[in-house]
Every structure is written in structure tokens, then in C-alpha cells.
Design a binder for this molecule. Structure first.
Ligand code: OMP
Length: 272
């Protein structure tokens, strides 16, 4: 999917919500466990209930890999079930020496037709560029993550001017790909840094996970992170998909997604 199609969808749905499909067999309602593929049965109902309120889905690959071959099967079925106009993110956090990254890119962009993949920048340019060789596919590079451990490395000063490592990741990687193929991950728990990030990456889309279960504020993220195209995909996983653990789980997920979408429509009204 290209940037224009993504922006159009945001305007049409008045939403920049990404629903995280972090589907865990120990957390889904027990009545689904008798289904042949409980993970897909759960995802299918979640997608049916939330598709009108979101512009992206982000299956976290770990939750599928953890189940072995049947997990990959559930993932493939889920990807095929997602409506074509909705942006898909393989949250795989890959990145390796060039020829290995090329294999990861083939796995997620060719074998599976994801629109984008999350990539870790630690191994540098040649670990990222193999993912950028696919038309209308995106790399979402980890910049400033939402977790506590983000302070271990990402805030380290890398020069005498006090540039933080995450800022260097953003400025250096901008020469590897265009704003049509490169996004950055910035955790919602880091909203106070979004203004600084917008100063060095005004036009890039940002994937912002961490509202909901991790306590990030949608209001702050929107205030400091939006650009003229919106430029945000805000993810919530557990806050939506586990809104209820009972038989009404899909309805509850739909309501949770709708609540976020309605708040987003207000913020979008201020810029679009
Ligand atoms: O790349 C990510 O999506 C990601 C980056 C980050 O900094 N923090 C973060 O939580 N995530 C992912 O976003 C999702 C957040 O899930 P919830 O906390 O349940 O909404 C999980 O799939 C995380 O792996």
C-alpha cells in the first residue's frame, strides 16, 4: 500500500487506529478452544468487529511463532481475512546481515503479503536496506520504544552536542529510504519526546504503540505527534482484543476500538 492510499483511508474512516492482534491461547475466551483453529476463530471475530474503526492491523509474530507450524497457519489465514484496504504490519522486529535480511523480507513481503514489517536498526544500513527493495512495502524502524529498557541504549548520547542514539537512528536512516517506505516506532509512553522527533522527521509516519495496557495517552501522542497528513498509526493490542474475556469479546473489542476512533476523529478535525 502506498502513502496516499493510507492517508485517504485515515480521512475516510476518521481514524489512525491500529489494532494489535497479539492473540494468546491462554487469554482468549474458553468457548473458542473447541474450534479447529481457535486463534483464527478469535481473530476473525475481532476483525469483523473492529474493521470499520481502524486503518491497520498488527499481528505480533511472536504470538504465532510460539505455537509452531499451526501458529504460522493461523497467521496466514488472518492476513488473508483482513480487508484489502487495511494496512498490515508484521510486527517481527527483524534485521540481520544483508543476505539474511533479504530472506526475512521475502518471508513477510512475498510468501506472506504484509504491507510492512518492524525492523530493529542495531545492525545498521545493510541489515535494513534489503527490506526497502520492495515496491509499496514499508519498513517500520524501531526508534524510541515504549518499554522501560528503552533507556538502556536509546537515550545514550552519541556526540558532544548531546544527540541521543534514537535521534541518530532517525536522522541517519532517512538516507536509506523515502517517506513513502520508512516509518518509525515511537512508544506512546514517550509522548513528551514526540515534538523533538517531529523536528527531525516532520514527514514520516510514526507507529505509536503503548496506549491502553501500557498507559500512554492518545491525547498527548496526537497533540505532539501529528503532522499535516496525520502521520500517525496508534496501536492498541490488549486494550482492544481482551476488552472482555467472555462470549461478548468481539462486541467489547468493537466498542473499545470505536471509543479510540471517536477520540481520534476529534483530533483529526483539527488538522485535516
Ligand atoms: O513495535 C512494536 O509494535 C512495539 C514497539 C514498542 O516500543 N512497544 C510495543 O509495545 N510494541 C508492540 O506493540 C504491542 C503493544 O501491545 P499492548 O501493550 O497490549 O497494546 C505489542 O505487540 C508490542 O510488542
Amino acid at each position: 500500500m502506498n502513502k496516499q492510499a493510507l492517508v485517504e483511508q485515515i480521512k475516510k474512516k476518521q481514524s489512525y487506529l491500529c489494532v494489535g492482534l497479539d492473540t494468546d491461547l491462554t487469554k482468549i475466551p474458553t468457548h473458542l478452544l473447541k474450534e479447529e483453529d481457535p486463534v483464527f476463530a478469535f481473530n476473525k471475530q475481532i476483525i469483523d468487529a473492529t474493521a470499520e474503526y481502524c486503518v491497520a492491523y498488527k499481528p505480533n509474530i511472536a504470538f504465532y511463532e510460539a505455537m509452531g507450524p499451526r501458529g504460522w497457519d493461523s497467521l496466514q489465514k488472518t492476513l488473508e481475512y483482513i480487508p484489502k484496504e487495511i494496512f498490515t504490519i508484521a510486527d517481527a522486529k527483524r534485521g540481520d546481515i544483508g543476505n539474511t535480511s533479504k530472506m526475512y523480507a521475502q518471508a513477510f513481503f512475498e510468501q506472506m503479503d504484509f504491507d510492512s514489517i518492524t525492523v530493529a536498526p542495531y545492525m545498521g544500513e545493510d541489515s535494513v536496506t534489503p527490506f526497502l527493495e520492495f515496491e509499496n512495502k514499508w519498513v517500520i524502524l524501531l526508534a524510541l520504544t515504549s518499554n522501560k529498557g528503552s533507556s538502556d541504549f536509546q537515550h545514550l548520547r552519541v556526540d558532544s552536542e548531546g544527540t541521543a542514539l534514537f535521534e541518530r537512528v532517525i536522522t541517519t536512516s532517512q538516507s536509506w529510504g523515502s517517506t513513502e517506505q520508512l516509518m518509525y516506532v515511537v512508544g506512546a509512553t514517550q509522548a513528551q519526546k514526540l515534538q523533538e522527533i517531529r523536528a527531525i522527521a516532520p514527514d514520516h509516519f510514526l507507529l505509536v504503540p503503548g496506549v491502553g495496557a501500557q498507559g500512554g495517552s492518545l491525547e498527548e501522542v496526537s497533540k505532539y505527534g501529528m503532522n499535516k497528513d496525520c502521520g500517525l498509526l496508534v496501536n492498541s493490542s490488549r486494550g482492544i482484543i481482551y476488552a472482555s474475556a467472555k462470549e461478548d469479546f468481539a462486541e467489547a473489542a468493537g466498542k473499545a476500538a470505536q471509543t479510540l476512533q471517536q477520540e481520534m476523529a476529534v483530533y483529526l478535525g483539527e488538522i485535516l
